[in-house]
Write a protein that binds this ligand. Sequence first.
Ligand code: NAD
Length: 499
Amino acid sequence: MSARDAAWWRDRAATLAIRGQAYIDGAYCDAADGSTFPAASPIDGRKLADVAACGPADVDRAVAAARRAFEAGVWSGLAPRQRKERLLRLAALIETHQDELALLETLDMGKPIRDALAFDLPETARCYAWYAEAIDKIYDEIAPTGPDALATITREALGVVAAVVPWNYPLMMAAWKVAPALAAGNSVILKPAEQASLSAIRLAALAEQAGIPPGVFNVVPGLGAVAGQALGLHPDVDCIAFTGSTATGKRFMEYSGQSNLKRVWLECGGKSPHIVFDDCPDLDRAAQAAALAIFSNQGEVCIAGSRLYVQDGIYDAFMDTVAACAATLQPGDPLDPATAMGAMVDERQMRGVLDRIAAGKAEGASLRLGGGQARGATGGYYIEPTIFDCASQDSSLVREEIFGPVLAAQRFSTEDDAIRLANDSVYGLGAGLWTANLSRAHRLSRRLRAGLVWVNCYADGDISVPFGGVKQSGFGRDKSLHALDKYSDLKTTWVSLAV
Ligand code: NAD
């Protein structure tokens, strides 16, 4: 077998049959009005496919199919064991097709093929398998009401769930919602982000092959303000499971209020603090983690450790090490398995990040590393790993989510200082801290306003633990058994035993 180098992946890419159609009611189809939008690869700007730009008519059709399937019980009425078998089949199919799916992710959104293969695909398959395995092990409840009544508390699927997801981990973000929603018995409509729809479209065929009945899983690609909005406002969608920006999350709350008060679950933006105390047990490891926390996936990560707070005494030496680690993460060809940092998702995202870098400089932040576009001759969209030393918490680099490879570093002196700075954000998604002091670790973990806290590591996790934020990072949790609560309602049935 030839080495799986960039040339090998390019050959593979040349033979890929890329599909851009919607998948509604068990069949691929064009948008009702024939509209499309181009999917271009951020690797080199080349067009990959024309993607169906679904509109309200397509959304209506998908919702009607999903509702029909739900009411017919072809999925919702199966025994949990039967849903489990098919979801396990889907997980196995994702594994079998992992090269193809990883390649689609890399071509479509620019992440390194190495990361897609080592992380996105295994995590996606595991997520479907995990909810499949969980769903036939969950019992309902009988309330302790006394001898004259029997009160059962049963979980019921909601009906039609729409998952609206972003482009940074297209398959994995979708899996975090689709897997528990399907496992719980719902019909699902997946709306991928317009910047990276191709893997979701391919997933539909695998779901069909796995035996998920027509109408139970639908994919409606399209623009957020059109297809996303149509789902948000639809009177027959029971639940929106959203991951994306805080601004769009707020819109979904409005859509719900304007329509049928559908449940809305939001996983939104972040500006996560990463705190390093001078008693950190392993400064080299912490520096490496600080670099990876912001530069992996090109910084296009909701939990990116984009604010680094380092205690006074170690600041200069520590930041030198972070910069040295970052310098080894220069952007390269995403199809080269040696590449650790790929392309930004599209030109708009790249320009937006470069504008934020320019604004930071203009505000007086001191540029320590990077700051520029890279690999411009490829026609793709790359940015150097960029580090700023910020003197002020008011810098836009510290306050705003950039969603790119830009780190804002600051000093702090005391524990109270660190907490004040870390919590001074509208977001509350992740937070990391490095210390050898066990009491301090627990004390600060309690004081940090974040849904996820990492001690002496960053971004570690597992499908078994909840993921999500507080404040304007959203509410509700993906992953773990708790995610199932989002996709079912509790029903109380009170049976009098007195007659
Ligand atoms: P986005 O909000 O622009 O888009 C997300 C999804 O919403 C896409 O499918 C998009 O088409 C749709 N959408 C956009 N505008 C819409 C509208 N007006 N009405 C209805 N739907 C609309 O976000 P993005 O740029 O794709 O993703 C980046 C954001 O996602 C960042 O803020 C990041 O922090 C966040 N994110 C959060 C998590 C998390 O778990 N908290 C994970 C990944 C990404």
